[in-house]
Ligand binder design. Structure first.
Ligand SMILES: [Mn+2]
Length: 319
């Protein structure tokens, strides 16, 4: 695990010498990207910096209770007007498009914990051994002796809780628990986070999950648990494709299975496959995803294939 002490020093130097700073959150923002830009925004605002947040998608409703920021559509901003631009989390989902319009005198900073990031900025703070970008931002704020107020602490905790699946994924290190304890001491509100993130299920989501669980089958040959969701299912439940996100993780909790696969119909003849596993199961789902032209992590991967899911008397098949 890298300490980034020289990168943190350089970053702080860049911040101190910038007047206008753009923070970039990734497309389809989650708690980690939103929490990290929000924590950084607190720090920068305290230094009197002028900041904007760019994101190709709006801040989701459920995060608005915690993250009090306006996300601007990048094309509505004058990208050239910022002295420095800091992208937080999944920098290849959004910032990769913004970087094309950046001029030579602007400083770019990439902060990420995803593996295989090809994009390069002037300062690169990237290490997949961190649980979340919020963990990295916590280390940065600590290294510059920034004051972590209650709001900052809640935002950082939001990212850590989101990306560790409430401290249950393999990335929950002792260091993560120490940081979580520090954030609690600084006033992070667990109630606010759990309410916003985990107690917000719509009836449409639950109905769709019900359909997915009803159809789930275990394939004994490879101990896979699999289910399918058609466009018709999604429409019948008045749900959206966002509601599918957690189905694979929940199926993966069935004892005796090595990994889960959810096949869901997306727009016009595209089927998306979502694969999940857990460290203790010893599976590598990225190998399966890459066989279908997809990719991801060992424990969470995805792919897309052409086709349609046909429901039959006997169950379902891919056509
Ligand atoms: Mn993340």
């Amino acid at each position: 695990m890298k300490t980034f002490s020289s990168e943190f020093n350089t970053l702080n130097y860049v911040i101190n010498n910038s007047r206008n700073i753009l923070l970039v959150a990734h497309s389809n923002p989650d708690g980690d990207t939103a929490g990290s830009v929000s924590a950084l925004a607190d720090y920068l605002a305290g230094l009197g910096k002028k900041i904007d947040i760019a994101c190709y998608d709006p801040l989701p409703e459920y995060l608005k209770e915690i993250v009090k920021l306006n996300f601007e559509f990048p094309d509505h901003l004058k990208i050239n007007s910022y002295d420095s631009i800091i992208a937080c989390d999944s920098v290849e989902r959004g910032f990769n498009k913004i970087i094309r319009n950046i001029s030579d005198n602007q400083i770019t900073v990439l902060i990420d914990h995803h593996p295989d990031i090809i994009l390069k900025g002037d300062i690169n703070i990237i290490d997949p051994s961190f649980s979340s970008v919020c963990e990295i931002i916590y280390n940065f704020l600590n290294s510059v002796k920034a004051d972590i107020n209650k709001n900052t602490a809640t935002c950082l905790m939001l990212g850590i809780i989101g990306d560790t699946g409430i401290f249950k994924h393999a990335n929950t290190t002792s260091r993560v628990m120490e940081i979580a304890a520090e954030l609690l001491k600084k006033g992070a509100s667990l109630t606010k986070i759990t309410k916003a993130v985990f107690s917000n299920k719509k009836i449409s989501t639950l109905k769709l999950w019900g359909m997915a669980f009803e159809k789930a089958r275990i394939v004994p040959k490879n101990a896979m648990i699999i289910t399918v969701l058609t466009q018709k299912n999604i429409k019948e439940c008045d749900a959206t494709t966002d509601d599918i996100a957690q189905v694979a993780s929940i199926l993966n909790t069935v004892p005796g299975t090595r990994f889960s696969l959810v096949l869901s119909e997306r727009e016009a003849g595209i089927i998306k496959g979502s694969l999940r596993s857990e460290e203790y199961k010893g599976a590598d789902v990225s190998a399966i995803a890459s066989r279908f032209g997809g990719g991801g992590h060992k424990l969470a991967s995805g792919f897309e294939i052409k086709g349609r899911i046909i429901e039959t008397e006997a169950g379902w098949e891919i056509a």
